[in-house]
Design a protein around this ligand. Sequence first.
Ligand SMILES: Cc1cc2nc3c(=O)[nH]c(=O)nc-3n(C[C@H](O)[C@H](O)[C@H](O)COP(=O)(O)O)c2cc1C
Length: 341
Amino acid sequence: MSAFTRPATTQPQTESNLPRSSFLTATPLYLAPMVTLTHAGVRHLIEEYGGCDRYYTEMISAEAICARSEFRRWYLDLQPAPERTMYQFLFRDPEAVAAVVREVADRGALGIDLNMGCSAPHIVRGGGGIAWMRRPDEARRAVAAARGAAPHARLSVKLRLGEQRAIAQVAEFAEALCREGLDELTLHPKTRGEPESRPADWRFVVELQERLAVPVNASGGVTSVESLRRKIDRFQPAAVMIGREAVRSPWIFAHARGEQLEADRRAAADRFLELLSQYQPAEFHPTRAKRFFQYYTQPLRWGARLFQALKKYTTLTEIKEQIHEYFENHPEDRFPNERRL
Ligand SMILES: Cc1cc2nc3c(=O)[nH]c(=O)nc-3n(C[C@H](O)[C@H](O)[C@H](O)COP(=O)(O)O)c2cc1C
């Protein structure tokens, strides 16, 4: 029997079934899938700061898993909270997605998310991510194949707007996918080519939700607890994914719940490095450390300079020493005095 649990029909929220983020709001808060970032090490770090309602793995190539990649055990690791973790798969054809869904069905994940939103040029060229929006019939077949492979799995898709800053294209695409048995969707409301600097427009999440019977989660642009609260108050999405800000401040979910925990940026950096070496293969350490610190250093006064310095190192020990030196020179950056609700 599959270990997946498909959601029951939407229940009214009562005090006993409110999600963990209920101090701030009944809106569930999720860690967004981020390649090279949302591996088990980072998920453990966030869990040690109190965790979030749901984790996503980084996007995992379905084809690589089916080809028995030597790194598959690291990619498929669901720790620290399998029952709150969705696998996210990147794939190029419906058969691959059906095969991978069958492959992971008994691993105890919360469910499966299909990546139809990634806009990285090499992924799009290969026919994955947002390229699926150009092949709506095949995309429908992919969702149907995933549903057929795991009839009881919680199944979702993560999307972007597509080519235009308008709702029509993505709504038509999403409606067709829902007819194949999706349980929910996430919209990162930006077009394929929009630069990182342009803010995600959550009005499109509201518009999509008005057209679909399944919950639509919002992703993009949460930069603080205050911005999260403003967005939830205004747009009331089914759930919110937090991506880069959860790397800059792994305690953001705890702060959103009103927990008064003291964040120590040097201690969190040390802990991240320990967890990285524990939960990722040595071959991945330098690149994953650098990707993490690209975001983690952003709130620091001289963060850009620190990140430039870190880029030249190849061992975690060197990275750690450089970080310690930074906090010795800039002790004011060590305990971020974040405003709380
Ligand atoms: C480094 C990085 C890697 C990402 N990788 C993925 C991914 O693997 N799958 C996915 O669906 N989205 C991916 N995204 C998009 C995020 O899930 C999210 O939608 C986006 O960062 C906007 O949210 P934010 O403003 O909270 O960061 C990635 C984003 C970044 C910055």
